[in-house]
Design a protein around this ligand. Sequence first.
Ligand SMILES: Nc1ncnc2c1ncn2[C@@H]1O[C@H](COP(=O)(O)OP(=O)(O)OP(=O)(O)O)[C@@H](O)[C@H]1O
Ligand SMILES: [Mg+2]
Length: 355
Amino acid sequence: MLPIDIILDRTSICNLTMERDVLSKAIENGEHIVIFGRRNTGKTSLVKGVCVPEFLVKRKKAVALEVDFLGVDSIAEVQTRLRIALERGLSRSFPNKQAAMKLVADDQTDDSMRLEQYFDEIARLASQYDLLLVMDEFQDLDFIKGAVARVRTCLQGISTKLPIIVLGSKKHLLAHIFAAYRAPMANWGKDLEISPVTSQKYQDEYFNYASSYFAAENLDLERKQFVELCRRTQGIPEAINIVLNYCLSKGKSLTSQDLATETAIHLTLLDKSSRFEEVLSRFSPNERQLLAAIAKFQPVPQLKSKTFLAHLRGMAPTSITTAAKKLEDKAEIYKEKLGYVVGDPLLGEYLKSTR
Ligand SMILES: Nc1ncnc2c1ncn2[C@@H]1O[C@H](COP(=O)(O)OP(=O)(O)OP(=O)(O)O)[C@@H](O)[C@H]1O
Ligand SMILES: [Mg+2]
């Protein structure tokens, strides 16, 4: 079976070799990088599954700190995430010295400055060891008033050439921090975009990789069907893997003669319908309606255009703005070049066929 929902290592990320090399060089040179891209394109895997292990193996006295800011809702929670990252990073590099590695910041009584103290600790480690700092889902700091500004100031205070990788999947929020006019971290780092499997090169590499899983089960994967699957899933690796796994689990080849992509997607959606319904039940009725309409007409260039509004029963333009913001903040919808699309391609297909 193809891997689902786990952090992949070097051998199971079949594409992204160019991105891997760019990152390795940047780490070597102590640069700052902002990685962005849609959900489930392999960003976390590339960093945590490939770059971090490589960084640690190559060096003798090295520490990698991996902070995850997913869903943080207060400064206290940000501090907890920093503490966890420090503790894990240190005990990974020095499994026998845990007691000696007690965090200085934890002894301080002034709770309000703990964030700054953890970053002081990071600066101290950077002066002692080869250090790599990774901050995943960085954009979620934008939900907490003042958090980005405080972290920015802390990062400015770290003077060594510390390699820092920031990553996230909510493009509009990352842009708000790094790219917008007068953004708080406007000149910080270099951008690296992780694209879905849409280019010929990525499709070739992915096809070879997926074919080997079919061959191992004495099944066939037809190139034409695979390309169609990439088109229907907007090239999102996890969605591709889910449909291919459906075929593998049923012992079916994906060829025009056996099981065609259209049917394979349809059957995968049937198989997962209760999961999708459960996901949908968590949205408000307005959000659900908007999501379903986007799924049907995507890409939607303008959510408040007359033609699109005609498909939304009884929703005022202001409720559309509110619902769209909620959905975008949760990466449930994305604004692509041609307009809004549903973030999870399979959920999009499910909505299209059931609503
Ligand atoms: N390049 C890839 N090759 C193979 N599988 C992939 C690839 N990228 C993603 N996947 C699949 O997607 C899953 C999630 O990958 P990962 O968590 O690294 O993505 P991500 O971009 O960090 O996602 P998110 O934005 O949700 O954090 C993997 O377990 C795997 O099933
Ligand atoms: Mg991730």
